[in-house]
Design a binder for this molecule. Sequence first.
Ligand SMILES: [Zn+2]
Length: 339
Amino acid sequence: MSQLQGEIPPVVLGVDVGSTKILVGYVEEDGTVCRSQCYPMNRRNQQAAVAAVTSAVGDFLGQPWAGGAPLAFGMGLVGQTDLAGRTWIQCMNIPVRRPVPIADLMAERHGLGGRIDNDVHAATLAELRLGAGRQTDDFIYLNLGTGIAAGLVCGGRLVRGASNYAGEIGHQVVEPDGAPCDCGRRGCLEPLASGGGVIARVREALGDARSATGPSSVLQELSVQGRLSFSTVCQAARNGDSLAERIADRALRALGIALVNLINLLNPRLVVLGGGAVEDRLIAHLAQWVEREALPAARAALEGIVPSPLKPDWVGLIGAACLAWDHLRDQERSRDPCG
Ligand SMILES: [Zn+2]
């Protein structure tokens, strides 16, 4: 989208819909976030969840804004979306059980054209256009947050799969008969190593310890203070808390297994980590695991495991905006097929 000097830069509306929050913002084509606001997600039922999304967008658009009107919208949603970029098909973490025509709702209620996609696919597009993709055409974007999922980029293209569901590595079984998962099976990566999964494993262990009058753990205190997270549990493990060590080791082992499987499968040049749980020690641990366990040829091609160069809080929003810019480019092309 060209821009003349002195003109107000064109923006699109990005909407990043996660399982706990909805981030809405105006974003320029180079990924600059001009203005953004966070709203809570409502997970009571499907209707409440959809209403939370449309009312967040309505509130944001209704606020005074000195820039131009958004040219289109892009929306990343947790769960499965259709290949056409119009329908939110289903979601495990938010109770979406029937397809929601969310692109049509955006057109009807807010007069905006655009497209939707899975939130991790959207973040991977941001990475492809404005982050790691500037360095290589073959990378894995691994999102470690409340849940776990991956964006797979091969030959400069995001792998979508037959029904836009590729990359659900959080449901790779890494511990047969392990912890129960929201997907209805046992031993998936997500209930062991996601932020939410680690907290659930701590609560489970603290419950068992109380009933067995087991040894006390600093995790008990963190739980009461509401400070349990992947990083606080890892910190407690490093300080020698034996329960924290057990849970952190299990999580790190699960992540190591899953990542090595992915590397052996896809032969990437780079692994990019995004999401709330990324820290240097975690990266060092994963690098050691890959060094030890990955197939030599796959390991030799891998140049590194790196944190995303994009701001973790904004990568999903910028990715959502990438969808809107793609939508505008496709529209332009369809108007001028020779252009
Ligand atoms: Zn699962």
